[in-house]
Design a protein around this ligand. Structure first.
Ligand SMILES: [Zn+2]
Length: 444
């Protein structure tokens, strides 16, 4: 490098409170490479292109990857603030309280739920189902909130697994930094309540089915994200700092709620390092966000699997469907997400459902380990394992090259690109809640 080039080289300044974030493309040659990266502590983000995986880290991450035998190339560099004390950043705003160009804060989401229920008492009911980790520990934090949406009749929206109508459950932002997912839930709630009596498809769905939505599954995490304002903090996990509160630039505090559920806990795709992005927590279901959510699931769905073995099926007559939204791999994933070498007892139907949602979105579909990487202790594995509930993950992504990729795409992508793509998929999924296991590769 010539002296003048050296002078122009970007300085590695670490202004206090800021972190240089680099996304690396990492070609792999062996399917065990994903686990190798995870075991070495790298933040393997939810993205894959062919045999290329993607790691998020800092400027020094490349040399570490090379020492492991990989050949990373930097594809994106960002300057992101570090989280301050993990605390609830209450802004006190209403439905218009936003950050980063329009993304809704937790306050806005919760105000939105209350507003929808107040405007449509015949169609919506808000349920508080628990407390976040910070609230549980008396450090601020949040209630955990769900909304039930249907054209109300006697017995609807009750916390009773024997409900008159089948139930479609949608959840988002269990990984706080996956901002698109909460915005999709917001639009789903508005579409259902605004278009009843106008759109025949929505009207029929609202008359026949209960739609449950948890827009912000991890509110403490989303509060940290929103602290960054127009430069969101990329917090993925919750705010539980009991196993280590100082992770500096090399990681984040918190437990990965999508690795903490009590199903195949501690398996592939998890880390026991508290600062790792995939830290599984000190015990299965250690986190209040998960125990509360699982309690809600148990109040909404009967346990119908015929046994507890990995291949024991739910009966073909079972009702109900659950989708957890993530970003941004452009994939539809089905259980078992923990281990792609084992299949559920409802594999054909779940695969057909995922395939249909894949064709509606243009996304790939399969078990996580077949197309992304194995990941244990996730929500959809738990709901299928413990309840026999038909469960899927949709990794919302920019599969069409619309400049809408990443965790924090331009807010305009939400209305122009993601919602038009996701609406038909959610409508299809909600309709299948009546008999998800009757889905075959042909009958759609
Ligand atoms: Zn995620």
């Amino acid at each position: 490098m010539s002296p003048s080039a050296l002078a122009r080289a970007p300085q590695k300044t670490h202004a206090s409170g800021e972190r240089t974030v680099v996304v690396y493309r990492v070609p792999t040659h062996d399917r065990r490479d994903a686990q190798k990266l995870i075991s070495a502590g790298y933040d393997l983000i939810e993205r894959r292109q062919g045999d290329d995986l993607f790691v998020m880290g800092g400027p020094s991450t490349a040399s570490g990857l090379r020492r492991l035998g990989f050949s990373p190339t930097a594809v994106e560099t960002m300057h992101k603030p570090l989280a301050h004390q993990p605390r609830a950043a209450r802004t006190g705003g209403g439905v218009d309280d936003t950050y980063d160009g329009g993304y809704h804060t937790v306050d806005a989401h919760y105000a939105h739920l209350d507003q929808v229920a107040a405007q449509h008492p015949d169609m919506a009911k808000v349920v508080t189902y628990g407390k976040s980790w910070l609230k549980q520990n008396g450090r601020g934090g949040r209630d955990l909130k769900a909304i039930c949406i249907t054209k109300m009749k006697q017995g609807d929206c009750q916390l009773n697994p024997q409900a008159p109508k089948p139930r479609f459950f949608l959840m988002s932002q269990i990984h706080a930094r996956e901002l698109t997912t909460g915005e999709v839930s917001w639009r789903w709630i508005d579409t259902l309540t605004n278009d009843y009596g106008k759109d025949p498809d929505i009207t029929a769905l609202m008359d026949s089915t209960e739609m449950w939505v948890v827009p912000i599954t991890n509110p403490d995490g989303v509060d940290i994200v929103a602290q960054g304002g127009d430069n969101p903090i990329l917090q993925r996990k919750n705010a539980d700092d009991s196993k280590g509160g100082s992770c500096d630039v090399n990681g984040q505090v918190g437990v990965d709620l999508n690795r903490n559920a009590g199903t195949h806990w501690g398996g592939e795709g998890t880390s026991t390092e508290p600062c790792s992005e995939i830290y599984l927590g000190p015990a299965a279901d250690s986190e209040p966000e998960n125990t509360a959510l699982e309690g809600l699931f148990r109040q909404l769905y009967p346990a119908v699997r015929t046994g507890t073995g990995d291949s024991d099926p739910a009966p073909v007559t079972a009702k109900g469907l659950m989708i957890s939204l993530h970003s941004d791999a452009s994939m539809v994933l089905l259980p078992w997400e923990a281990d792609h070498t084992i299949h559920t007892g409802n594999d054909a139907a779940l695969r057909a459902l995922a395939g249909r949602l894949g064709s509606l979105t243009g996304y790939q579909s399969g078990q996580a380990g077949e197309i992304l990487y194995d990941a244990s202790g996730g929500t959809d594995d738990w709901t299928y394992d413990k309840l026999g509930l038909a469960s899927l993950t949709i990794e919302i992504g920019d599969s069409d090259g619309r400049n809408c990729s990443g965790f924090t795409p331009a807010f305009s992508c939400q209305d122009s690109y993601f919602w038009p793509k996701m609406k038909p998929a959610l409508l299809y999924a909600a309709k299948q809640a009546a008999a998800p296991y009757r889905t075959t590769a042909k009958n759609h």
